[in-house]
Design a protein around this ligand. Structure first.
Ligand code: NAD
Length: 451
């Protein structure tokens, strides 16, 4: 069994059967059997299945939000937003089965047409920080395109994915189309990567594990999409609305207790604005309400585990340049106070590594060119923000930073309708929007001679 721990209380909240290699093989076999019939479901009927699933999730959204908040330790208001996005994601991709269009290409002597064909059985491997929402980004386009799925959630947070499987079956999704295996990465995840009957792996997790998955998938030439780590820059120019930038900066890094691949954990501040920005930032950070994830007023919960807290703490040794620190509740729970280190050099360990906890590094810069240079001086390229009132400068800097997603005068990273994914070692491929569908289909080219 897997004992699932509630991070805010350190108590076991559920025990679930622990899947291993055998259960993974059985799930792949079920998905393989279900594939031909699911692929051949008429597009409008496949769309209807996805809409029914969205409706069924909506009917249970309050329970799902509470489950996710307790298991992942995230504020209930955030969990509700995530479940709403899950529902939106299934509704959005319900529009896809009838719009997976091919092309007709002018050729000599006949007709050439292309089809977007599903891949077959796809293996989906997800992390613990946004368990259900990240699962939906993969499951919804995979099913919409006509694939069957084996989903392996993280061991620490399997509950909402198991609920997704139950709700899908109850909503009438055919047996074997969506299978969940809750077990360790080194057993279930690795087996999916190696399995000859799995056509593709869509993985979200750390860059280290992603590297191993890319190497393992090469053995059977699987399609692979990887959504990996980040160390994104939040670039604040002196001509920005500094109050607005300072109000947004804490959420941009301390949201989900900093366990967010899009965390803008390098806060680049133009030197001439440092004092004013830091004063505003201090007011904001001190006001963050850290506490019980189920309380309506909580803005930040605990970290996911004791191990994670230990890893984060290693970035804040006694001699760290702690400029601002918030507070945490006493008692049980894997708490870590929101912490701002300043000033930090971009080459310091805290600025180079993805800490995956509530620790922000403030890095001063002078001028546009240096801002872009520092922002790009990282192995990652996932997200980021730019704060300025100069529209042309915003666009120049946005184009100059090597990153998959960037927002201007905003923290926004993710929308169901727009592509999301990383440059450099932050990943390969895109999720969400129309782009995701390309990663769950192959193009077939058919030539018909008419001569
Ligand atoms: P992780 O890499 O440790 O685990 C992710 C998943 O991979 C889990 O389900 C795990 O069981 C599985 N896994 C572990 N070893 C495996 C192996 N050898 N073979 C196959 N599967 C294996 O990541 P995590 O700690 O769960 O999540 C945190 C990381 O995820 C961070 O680096 C974060 O940046 C990243 N992340 C990225 C995105 C994104 O969209 N780019 C989103 C969320 C999280």
């Amino acid at each position: 069994m897997i004992a699932v721990v509630e991070p805010a209380t350190e108590r076991v909240m559920a025990e679930v059967p622990r899947a291993g290699v055998e259960e993974t093989d059985a799930a792949v076999a079920r998905a393989k059997r279900a594939f031909p019939a699911w692929r051949d479901v008429a597009p409008a009927d496949r769309a209807a299945h996805l809409r029914r699933l969205a409706d069924a999730l909506e009917a249970e959204s309050a329970e799902l939000s509470t489950l996710e908040a307790r298991n992942a330790g995230k504020p209930i208001t955030d969990a509700r937003g995530e479940v709403a996005m899950v529902i939106e994601c299934f509704r959005y991709y319900a529009g896809a089965p009838e719009r997976l269009l091919g092309q007709t290409i002018p050729v000599a002597g006949g007709v050439d047409v292309t089809f977007r064909e599903p891949l077959g059985v796809v293996g989906l491997i997800t992390p613990w920080n946004f368990p259900l929402v990240i699962a939906s980004w993969k499951v919804a386009p995979a099913l919409a395109a006509g694939n069957t799925v084996v989903l392996k959630p993280a061991e620490l947070t399997p509950l909402s994915s198991l609920e997704l499987e139950r709700i899908a079956l109850e909503a009438g999704l055919p047996e074997g189309v969506l299978n969940v295996v809750a077990g360790p990465g080194r057993e279930c995840g690795q087996r999916l990567v190696e399995h000859p009957d799995v056509a593709k792996i869509a993985f979200t997790g750390s860059t280290d594990v992603g590297r191993g998955i890319a190497a393992g998938a090469a053995q059977t030439i699987k399609r692979v999409t990887l959504e990996l780590g980040g160390k994104s820059a939040n670039v604040i120019f002196a001509d920005a609305d500094l109050e607005a930038a300072a109000a947004a900066a804490p959420i941009a890094v301390f949201g989900n207790a900093g366990q967010d691949c899009c965390a803008r954990s390098r806060v680049l501040v133009e030197r001439s604005a440092m004092d004013e920005f830091m004063a505003a930032l201090e007011r904001e950070v001190k006001a963050i309400r850290v506490g019980d994830p189920l309380s309506e007023s909580t803005q930040m919960g605990p970290l996911i585990s004791a191990d994670q807290r230990e890893a984060v703490a290693s970035y804040v040794p006694d001699d760290a340049p702690v400029a601002i620190q918030g507070s945490v509740p006493g008692g049980p729970g894997f708490w870590f106070a929101p912490t701002v280190l300043a000033p930090v050099s971009n080459s310091d360990r805290a600025a180079a590594d993805e800490i995956f906890g509530p620790v922000a590094c403030v890095i001063p810069f002078s001028g546009e060119a240096e801002a872009v240079k520092i922002a790009n001086d990282t192995i990652y390229g996932l997200s980021g923000s730019i704060w300025t009132r100069d529209g042309a400068k915003a666009l120049r800097v946005a184009r100059g930073i090597d990153t998959g997603v960037i927002s201007v005068n905003s923290n926004s990273s993710v929308r169901v309708t727009t592509p999301f994914g990383g440059f450099k070692q932050s990943g390969v491929g895109r999720e969400l929007g129309p782009d995701a569908l390309e990663h769950y289909t192959d193009v077939k080219n058919v030539y018909i001679a008419t001569g």
